[in-house]
Write a protein that binds this ligand. Sequence first.
Ligand SMILES: [Fe+2]
Length: 377
Amino acid sequence: MSSEPTAETNAAIAASLAAEIPIVDLADLASHDTVANDRAAHGLREGFGRFGLVYVRAHGIDPHALDAFYDAFLGFTAQPESEKQKVARPDIWFQRGWTPPNTERAIIAGGQPDFKECYFAAPEPLDPLARQQYPEIYAENIWPEGDDAFRQRMLVIGHQLHRVGLALLRGCAQALGLAPYLFEELVHGGPHVTRALRYLPLTPDQLGTGILWGEEHTDFNLLTLLPGGRFLDPQGKRCARPDDQSGLYLRTRPSPEHPQGVMLRGFAPEGCLVAQVGQELEILTGGTFLATPHVIKAPLTAGYERLATAHFIHVHAHKVLQPLEPFLTDAAVAAYSPPVLAGTYGTKTLVDIGLAGPSALQQLGYRHYDRLEGLRR
Ligand SMILES: [Fe+2]
């Protein structure tokens, strides 16, 4: 008789693990009460170490501001493609403005393009020197003409999410026994971006073809904040989740019992947002914190769409990505070598995921060999 676990057993394991994802209260993190403070630090260690993810309560994101932002974004996406193309900028690797559907793809074998359209904006001031050195990832914002509400609302949400991220990074430093502002110093002036996403409705003939809203991947930045989104039914009306399978799933860290990890639903409790570890935080902590593999599954019924927002906090382009001193073990060095500038790392990744062309890699390193060639003629 087979000892393979049944689908029901797997689902029960996944549900029980999902219930263990910690909720971190930002008020606890800011508290002078050591019990509350330790509780939050423990939640971050456990959540980011085991799952690569925590839920965040008391985050201070204004739900009305988020709602107003989705209304404005929906207005933008409803325009004809010819209008949206005016703010599509392949020359800056789509790092600002509109990203058309089927442009970005995840870096895994056979990764299919994501079935979504997006808008990128930088809500924080940009480092002037880095703007010159990295004109794509530090590009100025671009906005649809005559749509000031969209611009203002996106910047408000981006800024609020950024503040939540900085508070969590202070908590991470505490949880890991590091200097309290270490991560904040690493991200100061970084190429942070807020992204509005619209996951597109499937047509009836796309159902059951394995199409995904977002192919499984790990984020390449330091920390990602996801404040929750909005489903729309085939008539465009706001609705509940159309089935219990669509949405965000994450893969836990592999273990001897589950060598491929376990896929869990990432479903934030009411009023909480999701914070996820990206590759940069995994590298800096030598793997102590785990970049969460995650996938966005499309609904089982045609015609449903979803709006979502993500804010990506990045290490400043000038900082070196390698395990920090306390995590600099032989195993971590072997796993995360060679050290690389965060700006170079970003450029390489944007080529890998199809947003930048391969020629972007030729910008790295010395580019003036032709001068000597000219002199030798
Ligand atoms: Fe992601």
